[in-house]
Design a protein around this ligand. Structure first.
Ligand code: DX5
Ligand code: ZN
Length: 218
């Protein structure tokens, strides 16, 4: 099981040491939520922040773009240090363009899907992706409650993936905590994205253990 801590919930006055802590705890991924105030009603990180934290960390920057025109910014985020670019299927932008920029730069490519979007919309992308990011909440804010219907969506995707013998990783983002990590993992998740369940606690190592223990998978 991969745990990808979401920087959105970290202390914004000390990103470098917050990242060091989860890196020291053995985590390999760092989830970076990019919001533009249009695609979602909130603002967060731009490429310049990635560039700054890139100098401080060797983690895999798992970059989740919740922005109106992701193709305009994909290159900038890659230059700044993103390792994986995940873009929402709900965007009206040209997803193939984002995909091509990622491949040209040898970076990972993912698709994110919000809770109300039909899973069948994913069909034409399933052989292009490295990561499928299933939202457990409506995107935009950390600290929300996991929507229970999403368990079934994860199971459906896991079945589609198995039937196709596909290799992409199923990542679940939003509302993940020690109380539901086991069920999310058993439903078929390979990656758990967690913001408040990690950075919202003082002992991060304990928090990570609880998520893993909760998921019953190491
Ligand atoms: C929300 C973001 C999530 C968020 C998760 O739009 O995509 O990554 O940070 O936060 P928690 O784990 O607190 O629900
Ligand atoms: Zn996210």
């Amino acid at each position: 099981m991969i745990i990808s801590p979401s920087l959105l919930a970290a202390d914004s006055g000390k990103y470098a040491s917050e990242i060091k802590e989860v890196e020291k705890a053995g985590l390999k991924y760092l989830h970076i939520d990019v919001m533009d105030g249009h695609f979602v009603p909130n603002l967060s990180f731009g490429p310049n922040i990635l560039k700054g934290i890139r100098k401080k960390s060797k983690m895999i920057f798992d970059t989740h773009l919740m922005i109106e025109k992701p193709s305009d910014f994909t290159e900038a985020f890659i230059k700044a240090g993103a390792d994986i670019i995940t873009v929402h299927i709900e965007t009206s932008d040209d997803i193939d363009m984002v995909y091509n920029i990622c491949r040209k730069n040898n970076k990972g490519f993912g698709i994110a899907i919000s809770p109300d979007t039909p899973l069948k919309n994913l069909n034409k992308y399933l052989n292009m992706i490295d990561i499928l990011l299933i939202m457990g909440i409506q995107p935009g804010f950390g600290g929300q409650k996991f929507i229970p219907e999403v368990f079934q969506r994860i199971k459906e995707i896991a079945k589609i993936k198995k039937d196709a013998n596909a290799k992409y990783l199923i990542s679940v983002d939003g509302g993940v905590n020690e109380g539901n990590s086991a069920e999310i993992a058993l439903s078929g998740a390979d990656i758990l994205v967690a913001g408040s369940a990690i950075f919202g606690r003082t002992d991060r190592e304990e928090a990570i253990k609880s998520l893993l223990y909760g998921s019953k998978i190491n």
